[in-house]
Design a protein around this ligand. Structure first.
Ligand SMILES: Nc1ncnc2c1ncn2[C@@H]1O[C@H](COP(=O)(O)OP(=O)(O)OP(=O)(O)O)[C@@H](O)[C@H]1O
Length: 349
């Protein structure tokens, strides 16, 4: 498609995408808002009304796309299955890579709209002909960690009005323009369909009897106590284990077929020097493979390790960590960075 001055903006009804609509309009874009119906807790559709009202006020068209079935299938079912397999899922990464951005592109294509916009706190940069996601200016809100899987065909069309803004500034803009509800909306925390503690969600979303109590063991195979069922534990977890031995204890391993959870009192025992990735994406493999200055992150915050990435004959990526890293859980995402540039990422095997 030829580049034009039209943008399809994902609107959640929240502060960021509301301000994004204002800013894109100010910048001279012909904005169309779209709200995806991904998940509605207790049937609450207030977010749809908020997005629609904002579009009405700005005089821009507003589309609604019902993606509940596909979200249920691709994200919620996957989320439950991963925990049931003893793995740690990354629903926001998958939603961005496989649903949100591809759906934006699909609808934009149908309507002859070139640009794709969201209120993500990220930026993008062209390096030697390849578009890369880069960190947003607001380091507290930066969402680059979730966007390593997007193809060039989407990256080149991305329009990111939050890239140079802080959340505080975004709220000020909303208030100054009279969008008081948008200005005061609470930040969304964690996974949109799941409370902060995923355990209560699992309890109500798996068939009765599919999670049953099991046993904790130490690394030598000694029985330590009872647990509530292996899906309720994640690698590295130290709180809420219900075993009191007057020392810090960590989940080291989860063995689903035996419903066993292995506990260690030594964080170093959880450290690894390598990991393997599947479902990976590298923006420009030449700048990543076999270089010794790549940073890998497996957590959204407070962790960054140097590594060397190689491709194996079976297609997986091998990550050699330069210093050991604790609590690597299969199913989690790993994202590669050089400075503020996202080079790619993958799913930990
Ligand atoms: N249901 C949705 N429909 C369309 N776009 C969405 C939807 N949910 C999120 N988005 C887009 O993805 C961006 C990032 O979403 P996320 O939920 O991570 O951020 P957020 O901080 O809650 O954003 P906002 O303040 O706009 O709600 C949003 O700013 C918006 O542009």
């Amino acid at each position: 498609m030829e580049e034009n001055k039209k943008v399809l903006l994902g609107m959640s009804g929240g502060t960021d995408s509301s301000v994004a609509a204002l800013l894109l309009q100010d910048a001279g874009y012909e904005v169309t808002g779209i709200t995806f119906r991904f998940y509605e807790k207790d049937g609450n559709t207030e977010y749809l009304d908020d997005a629609r009202e904002l579009c009405q006020t700005l005089g821009i068209p507003h589309l609604v796309y019902d993606a509940r079935d596909i979200f249920q299938e691709k994200i919620i079912r996957y989320f439950i299955q991963e925990y049931m397999a003893g793995r740690t899922p990354v629903p926001c990464t998958l939603c961005n890579n496989y649903l949100k951005w591809p759906l934006l592109a699909q609808v934009a294509d149908e309507r002859g709209i070139y640009h794709l916009g969201t209120g993500h706190y990220v930026n993008k940069r062209n390096i030697n002909g390849y578009w890369h996601i880069t960190c947003g200016k607001d380091t507290d809100k930066d969402q680059s960690f979730f966007l390593w899987g997007l193809p060039q065909s989407i990256l080149k069309r991305m329009c990111l009005p939050m890239s140079e803004l802080t959340k505080t500034r975004v709220r000020e803009i909303a208030a100054a323009r009279g969008f008081l509800k948008a200005a005061r909306k609470r930040d969304s925390l964690g996974v949109c369909f799941c409370p902060m503690d995923y355990r209560s969600f699992l309890k109500t979303h798996v068939p009765e009897g599919s999670i049953s109590p099991g046993h904790f063991y130490d690394e030598q195979g000694h029985y330590l106590g009872k647990h509530e069922g292996y899906p309720f534990y994640t690698i590295g977890q130290r709180r809420g284990l219900g075993i009191h031995l007057n020392k810090a204890l960590f989940v080291k391993e989860i063995i689903p077929p035996e419903n066993k959870v292995i506990i260690s009192d030594n964080l170093q025992a959880l450290e690894k020097n390598e990991m393997f990735l599947t479902h990976w994406n590298l923006v420009n493999a030449d700048t990543v493979l076999e270089h010794d200055d790549v940073i890998v992150k497996i957590r959204y915050r407070k962790q960054a390790n140097r590594c060397t990435v190689s491709q194996l004959e079976d297609g997986r990526l091998h990550i050699q960590l330069h210093e050991p890293l604790a609590s690597i859980a299969s199913g989690q995402a790993a994202a590669f960075y050089r400075g503020d540039v996202v080079l790619g990422g993958g799913i930990i095997e």
